[in-house]
Design a protein around this ligand. Structure first.
Ligand SMILES: *Cc1c(COP(=O)(O)O)cnc(C)c1O
Length: 578
């Protein structure tokens, strides 16, 4: 039989046998390599599955799969032609409402859409600025806005403006041209290091805000893990309160997208609303590059168990970041102001805990510096240097920047330094006293006031400046309370999962706390009357939901957040409508 009659594959084999042994070997090698790649592939996924199972447990993993499937099918449902048209219509309506609310229009509003041909005179510009500052707005000046404006005192604002004036052209990227700014920046960092009990070799940087500080902490941790352990698929364990119903693996925060890491969110279970340290321990795997805890977190103002996280960090040799962005100078000075300090018996929440490697502190929050100021401090220089950007080969010269930014505003650093210097430790202790007294007064009112305490409850056990509360027995929808308070000129923060409201006390709001308590009791009374009326008319529920409910109430009950995301997108677009 001639070989040409054999099946092709067999021919090849026979021909193969007849070939030189080196060709034969290379064929074998390719097979071998293919098998190894396949086994590595299987191993990799087995490993991933193993860590997921260990992290979330069998039921948790099943729940994650269930939630993913539900989201998937709900996404398909939303794309059914009839449904899609309805959703599109409602989204468009909501965005139009937003635009009328946010964009000032009217006969006397002049819109400037291109450069004025000839520049205005200083007087004209001043007149325009006066008009802009005077536009109708929620009255932060009367203390009706939660957070947002942390000081706003006339004297301080004047001093900051003077600092801006003197350093308007300054840019710390040229330390030889602006030596004063270099000195001020280094001193701001040093003052914050001292407030958070850093060791003598502690180091830090200033940034444009809390978001940048946290991003830089993540970047430094990722870089450290890559250099020291070769981690290429970094995971960050984030500990956010109130996110437990959201499948952690799907949580893609800004950190994840920007620092090319995946973020894992550990649950913060009721009733404490603190991070579940056991859950964090189970979620740690060889790709974990950073643990994060808050002191306190934004939603409920709760301080996570930093001593326990520090033990984990030390045991597994993983850096631990503490987010003190919000707590800033208030949390640092609690003890000196005579209030209980978080985890005092266990040794505190800052660098006194050996596992803590970095802390973000927003000087533009309770440091009362102008907006655009934050500080990121590290246990020592070796942590900080991982966030440096150094490019020695650039044809523009050897380039080195401490963070992502190139040019930075020297004026803001001067404004920050001037604020810290003029307020001083005693000033900050006094403001801490004022703010914490107001927060505790409000908390006590929610817990004991005859009207409020019957229907509302405080979330967790806040000890810093934020107090979150929710409806206790379901008689009242907390979002209706938010809308009623809005109608009375208050701007508080609506929270979700669980539905709640929070107040972040600041110098202006602290002065208005009695009014807030009175207004809260009043709107609760009003809502009770409304509920009674509905009951007497035999209506079980309200047909027309308020604004906040429309966003959180309705959105909260549907699994897919794509509609909410579209509204948020519309909101952002509105910001840029000239
Ligand atoms: C405000 C805040 C931040 C940072 O926010 P920025 O607006 O970027 O300054 C980070 N964490 C918490 C808990 C905060 O409250």
């Amino acid at each position: 039989m001639s070989s040409s009659m054999l099946p092709v594959a067999l021919q090849n084999k026979l021909v193969g046998y007849g070939r030189t042994s080196s060709a034969h070997l290379s064929a074998l090698n390719i097979d071998l390599i293919r098998n190894i790649v396949f086994i590595l592939f299987i191993l990799r996924y087995t490993r991933k599955t193993f860590y997921s199972l260990r992290g979330y447990g069998i039921f948790g993993s099943i729940r994650n799969v269930y939630i993913s499937l539900r989201l998937f099918f709900y996404g398909i449902f939303l794309r059914i032609p009839g449904v899609r048209g309805q959703v599109d219509k409602q989204v468009k309506e909501a965005i139009t409402n937003l635009e009328t609310k946010l964009i000032n229009s009217g006969p006397d509003v002049v819109r400037y859409l291109t450069l004025p041909k000839e520049g205005m005179t200083p007087e004209q510009v001043r007149a325009e600025l006066d008009k802009l500052a005077g536009l109708e707005h929620t009255r932060w000046e009367d203390g009706r806005v939660s957070g947002a404006v942390y000081h706003g005192g006339e004297e301080l604002l004047k001093l900051q403006a003077e600092a801006f004036g003197q350093f308007g052209v300054a840019n710390p990227i040229h330390p030889d041209v602006f030596p004063g700014v270099r000195k001020m920046e280094a001193e701001v960092v040093s003052m914050v290091l001292a407030l958070f009990n850093a060791p003598s070799d502690g180091a830090g940087v200033t940034t444009s805000g809390g978001t940048e500080s946290i991003l830089m902490a993540c970047l430094a941790a990722r870089q450290k893990a890559f250099l020291e352990r070769g981690v290429t698929e970094p995971e960050i364990k984030l500990i956010f309160a109130g996110l437990s119903p959201i499948p952690p693996t799907r949580h893609s925060s800004r950190l994840a997208t920007t620092s090319r890491s995946s973020c894992t969110v550990s649950p913060c279970p009721e009733p404490e609303f603190k991070v579940d340290v056991h859950a964090v321990r189970r979620l740690i795997n060889p790709n974990t590059v950073l643990l994060v805890g808050s002191a306190p977190n934004f939603p409920h103002g709760i301080v996570d168990d930093i001593p326990a996280l520090s033990k984990l960090a030390t045991k597994y040799k993983i850096p631990l970041h503490v987010d003190c962005c919000l707590g800033s100078f208030v949390v640092a000075l609690l003890k000196k102001a005579g209030f209980p300090e978080p985890y005092e018996e266990e040794g505190g929440f800052d660098f006194r805990q050996p596992g803590v490697t970095s802390i973000s502190v927003d000087t533009h929050k309770y440091g009362f510096a102008p907006k655009g100021n934050s500080v990121l401090i590290y246990r020592n220089k070796s942590y900080r240097n991982n966030q440096y950007f150094i490019y020695p080969d650039w044809s523009g010269g050897v380039y080195a920047s401490p963070s992502v930014a190139g040019s930075r505003p020297g004026a803001l650093i001067a404004g920050c330094w001037a604020s810290l210097m003029s307020i001083g430790e005693t000033g900050y202790i006094n403001s801490c006293t004022e703010i914490i007294n107001a927060a505790r007064k409000f908390e006590t009112a929610v817990r004991t006031d005859s009207t409020i305490s019957l229907h509302m409850e405080v979330i967790g056990n806040p000890i810093v400046s934020v107090v979150a509360f929710r409806s206790k027995n379901g008689a009242i929808d907390i979002y209706d309370i938010a809308d009623d308070l809005s109608a009375k000129g208050w701007h508080l923060n609506a929270l979700q999962s669980p539905a709640a409201i929070h107040v972040a006390f600041t110098i202006p709001t602290a002065k208005a706390v009695d009014l807030l308590i009175a207004d809260l009791a009043e709107v609760i009374g009003k809502e009770l009357e409304k509920a009674e009326e509905r009951r007497s008319q035999g209506k079980a529920y309200i047909l027309k939901r308020g604004e906040t409910s429309a966003l959180y109430g309705v959105a909260g009950s549907i699994p897919d957040k794509s509609v909410v995301s579209r509204l948020a997108e519309g909101f952002l677009d509105t910001l840029y409508k000239a």
